[in-house]
Design a protein around this ligand. Structure first.
Ligand SMILES: Cc1ncc(COP(=O)(O)O)c(C=O)c1O
Length: 396
């Protein structure tokens, strides 16, 4: 469907890329809830199992609905290939386990999702002799000092959760190339609609498809996006054996979610920027973190890398933890839940929920203070959201 001489717009790719029709000519993509596929002969079965002949075999590693999702996501990220996983964490642990062996070294930003740090650290990869250095800074000098020969994987999220730090993807990609490390960017907050890390030099994009790719908080999913060699050879072999596979039903829901991703991401960004500007002027608010605010320390970089600020903002209230909890308890529309990337706006107090398993020292280093509140802005009316937060803030 893609002609290199006439590349399709991302809005078209979100709806059309990867679509396949069965002999029934269905218009909406088909869901294949089947564990295995039938072969016409013993010889066909044998050829499919060795890979000599293409064809579906067993849904742990081949399923047409999952295929459609993978192809559509790869097209959106401008990649050769993608491989779907059961969750975002399955994607991250699959990547680390595929790439790293005993003695290898991972460099990660400290501002990544808490469970990601647990995978790279003593809880998982550390048990297999892999060491991990955590960088708590956006400074390129600090990254350059952490990356060394022997570094196999470099991992970051930009913008970060929940403090909206922005990292220079192109500059860190250059450092990764020099030592032959694989550079992975978790693009969960921006999605390919707002940021395409591969075009800036990253090697792999990681997704929690449970977030914006689905967009309505319905199913879990994940994906790794990158070269054919990485996805179809290295990761595919791991996934085929170990089995952190995306279920066909979940793949179908997310595939259909991708169709509205461009309009959703632009609307999320518009709503979030308006709310961030309003919060900045609120007397009970000390500081607002949002990449497209002029007050953000890396606003110029964010505007270079991203075409929109995304849905997620965070802010600190004047006072302490009690005041922050009052704001959370005071809202009536926003949902008090740790999830994000939903059309429904969510509000959370990261220090006591999503980031509570981090040590106090690690939270302090990442700026996740007791007064910090994160809002993942949905698609409700801007006026209603302001009124809702105002209700919370007025209760202080
Ligand atoms: C940025 C980011 N990456 C990865 C994950 C993990 O994804 P999942 O919950 O699908 O395993 C999350 C979950 O919240 C996340 O916020």
């Amino acid at each position: 469907m893609t002609d290199p001489n006439h590349p399709l717009n991302i809005d078209t790719l979100a709806i059309r890329a990867g679509g396949m029709r069965t002999s029934f000519n269905e218009h909406s993509e088909a869901l294949f809830p089947t564990v295995s596929f039938v072969h016409e002969s013993a010889s066909m079965a044998a050829k499919r199992f060795t890979g000599e002949e293409p064809g579906y075999i067993y849904s742990r590693f081949t399923n047409p609905t999952v295929d459609m999702f993978e192809q559509r996501l790869a097209a959106l990220e401008g990649a050769e290939s993608a491989i779907a996983t059961a969750t975002g964490m399955a994607a991250i642990s699959t990547l680390a386990m595929t790439l790293c062996s005993v003695g290898d070294h991972i460099v990660t930003s400290g501002s990544v999702f808490g469970s990601t740090l647990n995978v790279f650290g003593a809880q998982v990869m550390g048990k297999f002799g892999v060491t991990c250095e955590v960088v708590n800074s956006t400074s390129l000098d600090v990254w350059a000092a952490a990356i060394r020969p022997g570094t196999k994987l470099i991992f970051l999220e930009t913008p970060s959760n929940p403090t909206a730090e922005v990292f220079d993807i192109a500059a860190i990609a250059e450092m990764a190339r020099k030592v032959g490390a694989v550079f992975a960017v978790d693009n969960c907050f921006c999605t390919p609609i707002l940021q395409r890390p591969l075009s800036l030099g990253a090697d792999v994009v990681v997704h929690s498809a449970s977030k914006h790719l689905d967009g309505q908080g319905r199913v879990m999913g994940g994906a790794l996006v990158g070269s054919k060699e990485l996805c179809r050879e290295k990761v595919y072999n791991f996934l085929r054996t170990i089995g952190p596979t995306l279920a066909p039903f979940n793949a179908w829901v997310i595939l259909k979610g991708l169709e509205t991703l461009p309009i959703r991401m632009r609307a999320h960004s518009e709503n979030a920027l308006a709310l961030a500007l309003w919060l900045e002027a609120h007397p009970k608010v000390a500081k607002v973190n949002y990449p497209f605010l002029d007050s953000h320390p890396a606003v110029a970089l964010a505007k270079r890398q991203q075409s929109g600020g995304g849905a997620v903002l965070s802010f600190t209230v004047k006072g302490g933890k009690a005041e922050a909890w009052k704001v959370v308890d005071g809202v009536k529309i926003m949902s008090i839940t740790g999830n994000l990337g939903d059309v429904k706006t969510t509000i959370t107090h990261p220090a006591s929920t999503t980031h509570s398993r981090m040590t106090q020292a690690a939270r302090d280093a990442s700026g996740i203070t007791d007064t910090l509140i994160r809002v993942a802005v949905g698609l409700e009316s801007q006026n209603d959201l302001q009124e809702d937060l105002n209700r919370g803030l007025s209760s202080i």
